[in-house]
Design a protein around this ligand. Structure first.
Ligand code: GLP
Length: 241
């Protein structure tokens, strides 16, 4: 794993923006794995700025998001589809039919997960997967003790994850109890992975991810087994190393 230590969240977003822009320039048909949450917001802003300056194009890119809440309509402001449209897609030239988010509103979520997994493979796999990390080390919505062999699947959300994400909803009761997520195996098949971590609340978990045992108890620790991972983290997030 390559670890890039930066001063703060702004510097993290700058660096991540540079790396993703370089990928967009390098590949003819880049397949991006995208993440939601607050951490990648700065990265998406940097990409929008670069696009507006004419430095990059998304015309030939396609994207696959990590996860989506089950039961969420696409136009619900709390859906990850809505987040992606607002934070990135509508500001750049990516054709919307080249963007993919698991279908949280599918009548058969299990079936939708299988199709999603197949679509990723059919696209030739993900060139670079952007990841944030939950406080408990979850990636996507793969909570602790999810088997490393899991592909895209439906998960029950941890109470701690629902509480952490309740800030976006009117109340904790409104936070969905289930989500669809790429599995650890799906994520690990990406050719390259970029993990972004900011803030001291994640410092203890990040230390385990980098220095601890590879264990299903800390999902992001699996990244130690991937041949091409870059972690961009700020000083606060790396303070427990
Ligand atoms: C959610 C998402 C994850 C994300 C995590 C951390 O649970 N499913 O993909 O990494 O939140 O979010 P944040 O970046 O806001 O700390």
């Amino acid at each position: 794993m390559e670890i890039i230590k930066v001063k703060d969240y702004d510097a993290l977003s700058d660096k991540a923006g540079e790396l993703i822009a370089a990928k967009l320039k390098e590949l003819k048909k880049p397949v991006l794995g995208l993440a939601t949450g607050s951490t990648p917001e700065g990265l998406y802003q940097r990409l929008i700025e670069k696009y507006k300056r004419g430095e990059i194009t998304f015309k030939h890119a396609s994207s696959y998001n990590l996860d989506e809440y089950v039961g969420m309509k696409k136009d619900d402001p709390n859906s990850y589809r809505y987040y992606m449209n607002e934070k990135l897609f509508k500001h750049v030239d990516i054709p919307l039919d080249q963007t993919h988010v698991p279908a949280g509103d599918a009548t058969n979520p299990e079936e939708a997960c299988k199709k999603y997994e197949q679509a990723i493979q059919a696209a030739g796999g993900i060139d670079i997967q952007i990841l944030g990390m939950g406080l408990n080390g979850h990636i996507g919505f793969n909570e602790p003790n999810t088997p490393f062999t899991a592909e895209t699947h439906v998960v029950d959300l941890d109470e701690s994850t629902r509480k952490a994400n309740a800030r976006f909803f009117a109340s904790l009761d409104d936070v969905p109890t289930q989500a669809m997520t790429m599995g650890i195996a799906t994520i690990m098949r990406s050719k390259e992975i970029l993990l972004l971590v900011s803030g001291d609340s994640k410092a203890e978990t990040l230390a385990k991810v980098i220095q601890g045992n590879v264990t299903e108890a800390v999902p992001a620790s699996v990244l130690q087994n991937h041949p091409h991972v870059t972690i961009i983290a700020d000083e606060a997030a790396l303070s427990k190393l």
